[in-house]
Design a protein around this ligand. Structure first.
Ligand code: ADP
Ligand code: ZN
Ligand code: MG
Length: 499
């Protein structure tokens, strides 16, 4: 569908403009302004106290760990960390917000002016980050699947006061797929730096998508629509695709887009209006009187910066540069720290990064996929896989025997060398031993021999296969090829001496 939309839009000379606002729950043990726990799935209203219930007189105290994680995110996204930032009250009425306001950062956020630069399938992208600010989550209203929910709304305040960051991008994205890809990259970064668990189903990561259209070549922005609370990459892409069709059709019919907030209705595959600008909230922001301005020292900022791990995109570029890997392989291997470490340890043990990449991308990934498991439960150590690769590189085993050895190693803790010895899998490269087999195969397959001599090159492959079979895959394929060819041509023509 996305291709259709894109060509539709460009046929009409219309350019999509997209900006995202992403909420990510910080990986703290306790809430942002009180000591209550943050564990997902606790029984309703078990993780609450006067502060997060908003009872009168209860005073918020800022969680240092939340600030540190927010700084990590800001720095990983190339932002400037502001030495002074200010908490504000964002006032609105909703049953899941007992205080009647949410504590957030407004005019003076913790981190500003970053960017995320990366190379996607369709080329380089730069998405500017406007800001990263700290805020608290609200409670949760339950309208279904509990008690008398056909008659009552139930309120669970466990989530109330859970620490969040909101990441706001400039409207730099130009297609639904690009927006989904960006969101996936952002998720990978937040996971890599230990700031968020990436669990979109549980709502620890969610996104609001702002989208408008404008005539291609125009620099002024069109009127935007905000699609709220999207919790999957696929929904994000589909919601944007739908919204672009709707807005493009509106313009084509001579109408105009109304600024409003819409919701994605997955069941019906469309967005529906939630509220228009006229009914938009006036949040009456003002500084939170119960919290002093947040001050962070240069030293603290420097410490947090120094502790940042290498990020997936930088690691991918390093793999391309230092190991000469193709971009797609580098992207896969660099995606998580665990997978990257497994690959790099294997490459070091093997002394052959290209072969290590092929094994990890091939046999290792295939097995993990089949088991539906991740690299953390891989059934072979990088050191042992590296030693197997060395056996191939030194000609002890050929490629197909190596796969058999790998299958016996995997999950058994056995060493490649032992398996090769115990099962007699070492490669036959000795000309005398191979010639014997080649001679026998030629004698047993007169048809194929005749076809080859009649000009059918493909028959050689069949005969190589027969030699492999006779040696249980142990023959050196290159030598087998040479010996067969020599034997087959020698009987027909005079022996050649220049080989
Ligand atoms: P608001 O004042 O409505 O909150 P902001 O300017 O703060 O709007 O932007 C909120 C989000 O909307 C940002 O992610 C921004 O990139 C995006 N955005 C702003 N204007 C547009 C537009 N015309 N089209 C698409 N996205 C936009
Ligand atoms: Zn509490
Ligand atoms: Mg705004």
């Amino acid at each position: 569908m996305s291709d259709e939309v894109v060509s539709d839009a460009s046929a009409a000379g219309i350019e999509p403009v997209i900006g995202l606002e992403i909420h990510a729950q910080l990986l703290t043990n306790t809430k942002i302004f009180c000591g209550c726990g943050t564990r997902f799935g606790a029984a309703p209203n078990m993780n609450v106290c006067p502060v997060c219930l908003g009872l009168p007189g209860a005073l918020p105290v800022l969680n240092r760990r939340a600030v540190e994680l927010a700084m990590r995110a800001g720095l990983a996204l190339g932002c400037t960390i502001q030495r002074h930032s200010i908490f504000a009250r964002k006032n609105y009425f909703y049953p899941d917000l007992p205080k009647g306001y949410q504590i957030s950062q407004y005019e003076h956020p913790l981190a500003t002016d970053g960017e995320l630069a990366y190379v996607a399938d369709d080329g380089p992208h730069v998405v500017r980050i406007t800001r990263v600010h700290l805020e608290e989550d609200a409670g949760k209203s339950l309208h279904t699947a509990i008690g008398d929910s056909d008659r009552y709304t139930y309120l669970d305040f466990n989530r109330s006061g859970v620490p969040l960051i909101e990441i706001v991008t400039h409207p730099d994205l130009r297609a639904p797929r690009a927006a989904a890809d960006f969101f996936a990259r952002l998720r990978a970064i937040l996971l890599a730096i230990g700031v968020n668990d990436g669990n979109m189903e549980e709502g620890s990561l969610r996104c609001d998508a702002n989208v408008s259209v404008r005539p291609a070549g125009e620099s002024a922005l069109g009127v935007k629509v905000e699609v709220k609370n999207i919790n999957s990459f696929r929904f994000l892409q589909r919601a944007l695709e739908h919204e672009l069709v709707r807005q493009t059709e509106l313009l084509r019919a001579g109408g105009h887009v109304v600024q409003e907030t819409r919701l994605w209705d997955e069941a019906n595959g469309r967005t529906v209006s939630m509220r228009s600008k006229e009914e938009a909230h006036d949040y009456r922001y003002f500084p939170e009187p119960d919290l002093p301005p947040l001050e962070v020292s240069e030293t603290w900022i420097a410490e947090v910066r120094a502790a940042l791990p290498e990020l997936p995109e930088a690691r991918k570029q390093r793999f391309i540069r230092d190991y000469g890997l193709p971009a797609a392989d580098a992207a896969h291997l660099a995606d998580t720290e665990e997978r990257a470490r497994f690959f790099e340890d294997t490459a070091a043990s093997a002394g052959n990064p290209k072969a290590a990449s092929n094994w990890v991308m091939g046999e290792v990934t295939r097995r993990l996929k089949a088991a539906g498991a991740g690299i953390e439960v891989v059934g072979v150590t990088p050191a042992a896989l590296g030693r197997l690769i060395r056996l191939v590189d030194t000609g002890v085993v050929n490629g197909s025997a190596a796969k058999a050895v790998f299958a016996r190693m995997y999950g058994s803790g056995r060493e490649a060398e032992d398996i090769v010895r115990a099962e007699g899998l070492s490669q036959i490269g000795d000309a005398g031993e191979l010639t014997e087999v080649v001679t026998r195969v030629i004698a047993e397959h007169e048809d194929a021999v005749a076809r080859f001599r009649g000009g059918n090159e493909g028959s050689l492959g069949f005969l190589v296969g027969q030699v492999m079979r006779a040696t249980r895959g142990r023959a050196n394929p290159k030598k087998t090829n040479e010996l067969l060819r020599r034997a087959l041509t020698a009987r027909e023509a005079a022996p050649r001496t220049d080989e």
